[in-house]
Design a protein around this ligand. Structure first.
Ligand code: UGA
Length: 434
């Protein structure tokens, strides 16, 4: 099939590349000429495991090309994916200006039937707005489909190639059939392609992300309570999670969720509710609790250093909002670094992928290290913010020699309290006895 993907951000690039993988001819459109040139030269502009291999292979096979020319892009595809940013507006709602801006141009340019697919995370009613915008000037027939994506950063290629489900929201039978044909090779395992109305598809995405954020947040509250009553959240988590109705996943407590999706989507669903005179009270609580959770370890650090962090050196392991990504959007590590710097502490940081992004934000206010042990050398304490695998089994003997005080603040519960007690570390984590 001939497909056009407008927007080569994270979602667009993964979508375009993975659709090329099954033999479709993909044209990716982006208005950033420099980025387009880089991609033409075979450079993947984001870090995402396995994407580079597929990217190279499909460019080589001439199934994946890039342009800044929207009109040429629209001429190419029968299906046009909109993978455009929907950033958070000042009032928490999703800013649709990019999506509707391109919709207007689609109306101006299309000359034959097109399926316009909303891949971006958009509030209920957006498909209708896209349709109305295109219809103002369109001289050809078109259908609009809401097709939310459920990709996780770090696993996006696998999630795209083997999705648990595909959601297609449309009122057009013709468009639904085209979309089913396009996705058929990806659901050979028997996972469903769910066809529904547009609004339900739009809401499915927000509801799924908000539910997952709520699940994590519930566990964070339980963890905080565990600390108060002397229970161990790891036992509670496993005890709960083995009930198949609850499930083991997304029950890991920590210093809060971050990233480009959960924080934005929870707020956007809350705001959409408000606009319809509906109060999503549970989401209000989720936002509040997560804000507090991100800096949960700071008072513990202040407590340990007797409110005197000035001049102390803190090694920070992990800067990305989660492992396997270089994304630092809403990363809890940054909230902790801000507080540490404000308190006069020095920060020595290491992350396997996200350092360049953090350098751009902090410059020389933070010392960036080449490896995890360079960060801990001579530091007063270690703070862990992201659960990269490399941090899971450190050389504790070395650490003890390097740190001027054997203390670890762990925002991701990487070690057992027992093992660190045996090694004589002062170990403060989330929801467990210190
Ligand atoms: C999330 C969803 O999981 C995807 O299904 C969705 O497609 C995507 O948002 C999106 O809307 O584009 P992602 O933001 O990549 O994916 O990351 P997750 O793996 O879901 O993690 C989100 C945050 O929750 C991270 O900060 C992570 O550390 C935190 N988390 C996750 C926990 O604190 N505890 C857990 O048990 C799980």
């Amino acid at each position: 099939m001939k497909i056009t993907v407008v927007g080569t951000g994270y979602v667009g690039l993964v979508t375009g590349t993975c659709l090329a993988e099954t033999g479709n001819e993909i044209v990716c459109v982006d208005n950033n000429a420099e980025k387009v040139q880089k991609m033409r030269n075979g450079i993947v502009p984001i870090y995402e495991p396995h994407l580079d291999v597929l990217f190279d292979r499909n460019i080589e096979a001439n199934r994946l090309t890039f342009t800044t020319d929207l009109k040429a892009g629209l001429d190419h595809g029968e299906v046009i994916f909109l993978a455009l940013p929907t950033p958070e507006d000042e009032d928490g709602s999703a800013d649709l200006s990019y999506v509707l801006g391109v919709a207007k141009e689609i109306g101006d340019y299309i000359t034959d039937y097109k399926v316009i697919v909303d891949k971006s995370t958009v509030p209920v009613g957006t498909a209708e707005k896209v349709r109305a915008t295109i219809a103002k000037t369109a001289k050809a027939e078109f259908d609009v489909v809401s097709n939310p994506e459920f990709l996780r950063e770090g696993f996006a290629v696998d999630d795209f190639l083997k999705p648990e489900r595909i959601v297609i929201g449309t009122k057009s039978k013709k468009a639904a059939e085209i979309m089913q044909r396009l996705y058929k090779p990806y659901v050979r395992s028997g996972n469903p392609i769910l066809v529904m109305d547009e609004k339900s598809a739009e809401l499915t995405k927000y509801a799924a992300n908000s539910f997952l954020a709520t699940k994590i947040t519930f566990m964070n509250e339980v963890a905080n309570y565990c600390e108060l009553v002397g229970a161990d959240v790891d036992h509670v988590r496993i005890g709960m999670g083995t009930d198949s109705r609850i499930g083991k996943r997304f029950l890991f407590p920590g210093i809060g969720y971050g990233g480009s999706c959960f924080p934005k989507d929870v707020k956007a669903l809350h705001k959409s509710g408000k606009d319809a005179n509906f109060s999503f009270k549970i989401l209000e609580a989720v936002v509040d609790i997560n804000e507090q959770q991100k800096t949960k370890l700071f008072p513990k650090m202040e407590g340990y250093f007797k409110d005197d962090l000035k001049g102390k050196t803190i090694a920070v392991w992990g800067l990305a909002f989660k492992p396997e990504t270089d994304d630092i959007r809403e990363a809890p590590a940054l909230y902790m670094i801000d507080l540490l710097l404000e308190a006069g502490a020095k920060v020595k940081a290491f992350d396997p992928e996200a350092m360049e992004n953090v350098k751009r934000k902090y410059g020389d206010k933070v010392t960036f290290c080449e490896n995890m042990y360079q960060a801990t050398e001579g530091a007063n304490a270690l703070l862990i913010c992201t659960e990269w695998s490399i941090f899971r089994t450190p050389d504790f003997t070395k650490l003890k020699k390097q740190l001027s005080e054997p203390v670890i603040f762990d925002g991701r519960n990487l070690y057992t309290t027992e093992e660190l007690k045996e090694l004589d570390f002062h170990y403060l984590s989330i929801g467990r006895k210190s």
